[in-house]
Design a protein around this ligand. Structure first.
Ligand SMILES: *Cc1c(COP(=O)(O)O)cnc(C)c1O
Length: 391
């Protein structure tokens, strides 16, 4: 890459034929050749250098999707990056590439809830057993290991509860027992941490979130290490998971400003977190308390923090939490995050899942806040006026 990440994002493409700083949007299913000989020549190149951009048919991608794959591979410092139509498609592809009937998988207890449903319920029907480890006690990984364990699946920080884990220790265990590793890195993105460089085999990012940044497109990426490239490529070929060139173009458009936006999300989130941490009925789930275990583990692996946080609220019952959330006027109430706008959701995790290691007392509730790119003074005023509803 040579130049810094920030500079690279502005110089990913230059074409002197079209005199364009942006790649052309190439939509095609059929790829045409002048002759059978030309087609055979390309097939030979494709076989020798798979995913080198020698496409025979639109399902493999077009030059537009290939351009985004190259950008993401550089950002991740990975061997290669596969694109999927949604972030969850990348989660599915990571599991489908590795797991076969009779295998076992160990996952972080606080993973994204659809990932939990997929591994706990659906995989069972294929005779694949999912076990969960405590993000605050990594010894629980060791106690769940068997000869059948094929994959350790991490999400850092934990979805909604935001526990930071000692990634190096997890990788050490995996290496010792020769187990593949995957991490959902949607929160940090390769701007703040590079999991493949750290030693993970697979790194998942929902491109729907910060890569796009504008809440107008869905996509996913699965960056991989060299040793797992072939397995994932073959699995992707078998699934038909393919990101459309139009969506790839939008994600490329968004990613140019990934650094600028994430720096601002970080700045705003820190201002809001500091304000909230002074309130006595609120505990902020975001790495700002120096000396805390989460702060230390965040600092050890990340160069920054994004705009998503949790707040643990003490309230007499959940109605007061709903009232607080409903009265926020600058925070939309809905799923997804990572766009330009702020969002707030009362996350009823007790009701949602089957969490075994949930550190939540009876009178504690979790609200997820995505801190957007608005003026942070306005966000604080909005939160401040709504806090009176918490009793
Ligand atoms: C949103 C999200 C996903 C799934 O991404 P989609 O693009 O919505 O399919 C996976 N993991 C995490 C942590 C997410 O926030």
């Amino acid at each position: 890459m040579g130049n810094s990440f920030k500079t690279y994002l502005k110089h990913t493409y230059k074409d002197f034929n079209f005199r364009s700083v942006n790649p052309p949007l190439v939509r095609t299913s059929t790829m045409v050749f002048k002759s059978m000989n030309d087609l055979r020549k390309l097939q030979k190149k494709n076989k020798k250098n798979p995913r080198g951009g020698y496409f025979e048919y639109g399902r493999q991608g077009t030059s537009t999707t290939h351009e985004l794959e190259k950008i993401l591979t550089n950002l991740e410092e990975a061997h290669y990056t596969f694109l999927t139509p949604t972030g969850f498609g990348a989660v599915f592809l990571s599991l489908f590439s590795i797991l076969r009937p009779g295998d076992e998988i160990i996952l972080a207890d606080p993973i994204y809830s659809p990932t939990r449903l997929l591994s706990e319920n659906y995989l069972k029907e294929f005779d694949i057993e999912a076990k969960f480890y405590d993000p605050n006690n990594l010894n629980t990984i060791k106690t769940r290991l068997t000869k059948k364990t094929k994959l350790i699946y991490v999400e850092n920080p934990g979805s909604n509860t935001f526990e930071f884990q000692d990634l190096g220790s997890i990788l050490k265990i995996a290496k010792k027992y020769k187990i593949y590793t995957a991490i959902d890195n949607t929160w940090g993105t390769p701007y703040f941490i590079k999991p493949i460089k750290l030693g993970f085999d697979m790194s998942i990012v929902s491109a729907t979130k910060y890569y796009s940044g504008h809440s107008d497109v869905m996509g996913g990426s699965l960056a991989v290490s060299k040793r797992i490239f072939k397995k994932v490529m073959e699995a992707q070929n078998m699934t038909g998971l393919r990101l459309s060139p139009d969506d790839a173009y939008l994600i490329m458009r968004g990613i140019r400003t990934l650094d600028v936006r994430l720096d601002k999300h970080q700045e705003n989130a820190n201002i809001v977190a500091k304000f909230l941490s002074k309130k006595k009925n609120i505990k902020v789930l975001y790495p700002i308390v120096k000396g805390s275990k989460n702060f230390k583990l965040w600092k050890k692996y990340y160069s920054g923090s994004s705009g998503l946080m949790g707040i643990k609220i003490k309230a007499k019952n959940k109605k007061f939490v709903d009232k607080f959330v409903n009265s926020l006027s600058l925070f939309g109430h809905g799923y997804s995050w990572g766009g330009f706008e702020s969002l707030a959701l009362h996350q009823e995790i007790r009701e949602q899942g089957n969490r075994k290691f949930l550190n939540l007392n009876k009178n504690e509730y979790i609200v997820r806040l995505h801190i957007g790119l608005e003026d942070p003074v306005d966000l604080i005023n909005d939160i401040n006026k709504s806090l009176k509803y918490i009793k």
